[in-house]
Design a protein around this ligand. Structure first.
Ligand code: DSN
Length: 423
């Protein structure tokens, strides 16, 4: 590799990170392993190009081939998700959500999203985020049972009259009822945005309800269950308003133009063409029949892992999962989320501490951990493997300070991972 000569320190850190990824069990539900083809596109010479604008309407010359790349990415996204418009330029999920706010509402308008401490995302109205600093954010929690309470959400919307309602989460183990959200948004005249970043791969596989044709705007990152490069897309239907010279009025009719203008020139400069190419490759992969099998297996694995953990007396928020993730409530284990995350890290099992609904502890050291199966499933693991994963978790967390247990589990995990080589 060139980098070994050019920068031995970075080369060494990449090598060690690869080893960590290969020898450990990646349980963070938002992480995955991109294919070598996706990574090749991401590391390609396309990183050298500037191409502000959109295909065939650029502010720089020399974009003949970049236009081809972005056309392919957009066409594949439109076909895969059955929409008339796709913007593939957002640098990642947070900027993509920022573009949606910028496109649809005005500073000071009321927006509504799921509360971060109950599983929602920062950009859905958390108090320190732009979404609550520039907009008047109201947040809906889950019910006591950990499930979204749609009647309560409808009531809150009726009281607060938001102009934009977000559905989506980073730590919600159940399926979203997009149709119910659309009804709530319609009843108060709000735009409805679905942030499906976590579950896109499941939607493609047909094992999770789809927001397409239901939500006004859909945002997804491309690196989670979709298994592409880091990046994001905004998908919608409507007519482009061009050749209007002025920005169109904010209406559902002109969503494509509103979104495109919000992304560029509203928020971003030059798109990351290498990232666009990698997204195109990932979309082609997601269009293959094998991807549906993959998405379905993610859910089977998550359910199998849930069963094993329940058998070992773990408490799961909502009692289980419908999707790719589990939220483990550690209150009966005498451990905080941070302690559990660290104990698991010592044995090569990577997860993240997470708040649980109505968490009695502080957000920085909450009561839960969030685990998921997308990355393990990419390695080819099946339900019977999840039993082993669950047992190692149970063993480790039953003896978090026992060096001999730690040593044994670490060795077992490492040996097991050798059967699931991915790169
Ligand atoms: N950090 C992502 C996640 O882990 O869900 C969301 O941005």
């Amino acid at each position: 590799m060139f980098i070994e000569k050019a920068d031995a320190q970075i080369a060494e850190l990449i090598k060690r990170e690869k080893q960590r990824q290969m020898e450990g069990l990646e349980l963070i539900p938002s992480e995955n392993y991109a294919s070598p083809a996706v990574m090749e596109a991401m590391g390609s010479i396309l990183t050298n190009k500037y191409s502000e604008g959109y295909p065939h309407k650029r502010y720089y010359g020399g974009n003949e081939f970049v236009d081809g790349v972005e056309d392919l990415a957009r066409d594949r996204a439109k076909k895969l998700f059955g929409v008339s418009h796709a913007n593939v330029q957002p640098y990642s999920g947070s900027p993509a959500n920022q573009a949606i706010y910028f496109a649809l509402v005005e500073p000071g308008d009321t927006v509504m999203g799921m509360h971060l401490l109950y599983g929602g995302h920062l950009t859905h109205g958390w108090k320190v985020n732009f979404s609550a600093r520039y907009y008047r954010a109201v947040q809906y929690p889950t019910g006591q049972d950990g499930y979204l309470n749609y009647d309560a959400i409808a009531e809150l919307a009726d009281q607060e009259k938001p102009r934009l309602i977000y559905c989506g989460a980073t730590a919600y183990p159940r399926e979203f009822d997009f149709k119910r959200f659309a009804k709530i948004a319609e009843s108060v005249g709000a735009y409805f945005a679905a942030d499906i970043s976590h579950v896109t791969g499941l939607i493609v596989a047909g094992v999770h309800a789809s927001p397409f044709g239901v939500a006004d705007v859909v945002m997804t990152t491309t690196h989670k269950t979709l298994r592409g490069p880091r990046g994001a897309m905004i998908l919608c239907n409507g007519e482009p308003s061009e050749p209007l010279k002025k920005p169109p009025e904010k209406s559902k009719k002109y969503l494509p133009t509103l979104i495109d203008r919000a992304v560029f020139p509203g928020l971003q400069g030059g798109p990351h063409d290498h990232q666009t190419a990698a997204i195109a490759v990932a979309l082609k992969e997601a269009m293959q029949p094998e991807f549906k099998v993959y998405g379905a297996q993610i859910v089977k694995n998550a359910k199998a892992l849930a069963h094993t953990l329940l058998d070992h007396d773990f408490t799961l928020v909502t009692g289980g999962t419908d999707n790719h993730l589990l939220l483990v409530d550690l209150n009966n284990k005498n451990l905080s989320g941070g302690e559990a995350e660290r104990a698991l890290e010592h044995v090569g099992m990577y997860c993240n501490k997470n708040t649980i609904p109505f968490d009695p502890r502080k957000p920085f050291d909450p009561s839960g951990i969030r685990i998921g199966t997308p990355a393990l499933t990419s390695r080819g693991m099946k339900e019977s493997d999840m039993e082993k994963v669950g047992m190692w978790m149970a063993d480790t967390l039953a003896h978090p300070a026992d060096a001999s247990v730690r040593e044994r589990v670490r060795k077992e995990v490492k040996a097991f991972c050798q059967d699931f080589v991915i790169y």
